[in-house]
Design a protein around this ligand. Structure first.
Ligand code: ZN
Length: 477
């Protein structure tokens, strides 16, 4: 241990000496260079100090020591950094330009981004301290050196399995040897399938996808209980499907954005973390390929409701399980037509829109159980007989009595989206009826597993109960 420590001290002294040496040499060789260097980027990458940065946090970020940062920049006082101050970052050999942090876009991989920024893969991985490609989830912070004329313009193409480099080069109007050169390969036969090449051309869609996909975008993080939105803009008539958290993603043609859209609810009890979104894209000629990128599911930080005591039979699995299954079955079909338009409208009168006895996602304990339950909807205040309105256009798929949820109605809004209204005193609609947003559909009540009259509203998205408030305050898709 002692030897190691000594060695490290010696090594860091040696590094310091090297730095001092280079600084000295630098000053000796060019007396007037520093003023010039302030205008043109130096050989080392430059980081611009951001609000909240400290010498320590910057050193941490680039895996260097504070001493090295201080020495390289000739800082008198490491505790005094100004926002906007430019610092060179030592030790990142082969990296030049301004180091910027971008949000990892959808449709990119380590490979495709490193191509875009003309950065060797290994340097990219080192600069971002990556240990696994999954860390580059959509929305992750990525550090990239940006120089003049960068990101590079041009078209990035992905080699498909079975593509011959000669054919690909032919369609691009370049030789197969130039194609190899653009793929950092010494010979065309060494080009790998799924690799991303930068070739001449105008468009630059998502770098890791085939040119049929002009854009892939969506939410870059989701909170437990929220709805994830994914959007594909295609140059050709493609088909897309996918999977997330075991739920199949269905993409629908969306006239408002002239693209393909998929929506998926994230379960309220989903453990926060990174999860892969798997996409499969089929081109008109039948070529199918897959793309995978992770997304971060964040903690909803939901509140804990006080313990709730109800009649024991209302907690009996013999009653609750079939009823849960009934609700699940009723909201499972995915109607290809979208009935709803724009934001959902409030299901209660204006006076009660902001009055919630219990919010969605709250962790719950019934009859002294652990907090293993969560509140599957949003409760609105109301007295028996107060009106309930449909939140959006749709078709009634259930209207009737249940034990736990009392009198309940369910409306299908299409695309796997449903709204559920529970504990009603009165139901004014029938199965199969077409309803419009804001239509009176029933009355508030206290039927089923309740402690008093209120409206329990649920919104289901592709088999998952999500936060209804999100749908009442945002426009989907
Ligand atoms: Zn409720």
């Amino acid at each position: 241990m002692r030897l190691c420590l000594k060695h490290n001290i010696r090594f860091s002294l040696f590094k310091k000496a090297l730095w001092l040496g280079s600084v000295l040499l630098f000053s000796l060789l060019s007396v007037n260079t520093w003023a010039y260097a302030q205008q043109t980027p130096p050989d080392m990458p430059v980081y611009v100090v951001q609000p909240g940065d400290t010498a320590w946090s910057i050193a941490q970020r680039f895996s260097i020591s504070v001493d090295d940062l201080v020495t390289a920049n000739g800082l008198d006082d490491a505790s005094r950094l100004d926002v906007g101050q430019e610092l060179v970052i030592p030790g990142l050999f082969g990296v030049q330009g301004y180091l910027q942090t971008i949000e990892m876009p959808w449709g990119e991989t380590i490979r495709s981004l490193s191509r875009k920024y003309a950065l060797p893969l290994e340097t990219f991985i080192r600069l971002n301290r990556l240990t696994s490609p999954a860390e580059l989830y959509a929305g992750a912070n990525v550090i990239l050196p940006v120089r003049e004329q960068q990101p590079l313009t041009g078209r990035r193409v992905t080699l498909r399995a079975g593509d011959s480099p000669l054919e690909v080069a032919g369609t691009l109007g370049i030789s197969s040897w130039e194609l190899a050169f653009r793929g950092d390969a010494v010979s065309p036969v060494l080009l790998l399938p799924q690799d991303v090449l930068l070739v001449p051309g105008e468009s630059d869609g998502p770098g890791a996808l085939l040119p049929a996909v002009a854009a892939l975008d969506g939410d870059t993080s989701v909170v437990q209980g929220q709805t994830l939105r994914l959007h594909i803009q295609a140059n050709e008539r493609i088909q897309a499907n996918g999977a997330l958290l075991g739920f199949p993603l269905t993409f629908f043609a969306d006239t408002s954005t002239s693209g393909l859209v998929a929506l998926q609810g994230i379960p309220a009890l989903q453990t926060p973390g990174l999860y892969p979104v798997r996409l499969e894209i089929k081109e008109p000629d039948g070529t199918t390929y897959r793309f995978e990128q992770s997304i971060a599911v964040l903690d909803g930080e939901y509140a804990y409701d006080p313990p709730i005591i109800v009649a024991p039979e209302l907690m009996d699995p013999a009653i609750t399980a079939p009823e849960d299954q009934q609700l699940y079955d009723a909201t499972a079909p995915v109607t290809p037509q979208r009935y709803w338009q724009g934001q959902f409208v409030p299901p209660v009168d204006a006076a009660y829109v902001d009055c919630w006895p219990s919010r969605y996602g709250n962790r719950r304990s019934y009859n002294n159980s652990g907090y293993v339950y969560f509140h599957t909807g949003l409760d609105f205040c109301g007295q028996v007989g107060h009106p309930i309105y449909a939140v959006a256009d749709g078709v009634v798929v259930f209207a009737g009595e249940t034990v736990v949820r009392g009198n309940m109605s369910i409306i299908d809004h299409g695309w796997g989206v449903y709204s559920v209204y529970a504990h009603q005193s009165e139901i004014d609609i029938q199965e199969g009826e077409v309803v419009t947003a804001g239509q009176l559909i029933g009355k508030v009540g206290a039927t089923g597993r309740v402690t008093g009259p209120h409206l329990h509203l649920e919104v289901w998205v592709n088999g998952v109960q999500v936060d209804p408030w999100q749908w009442l305050t945002n426009t989907y898709p």
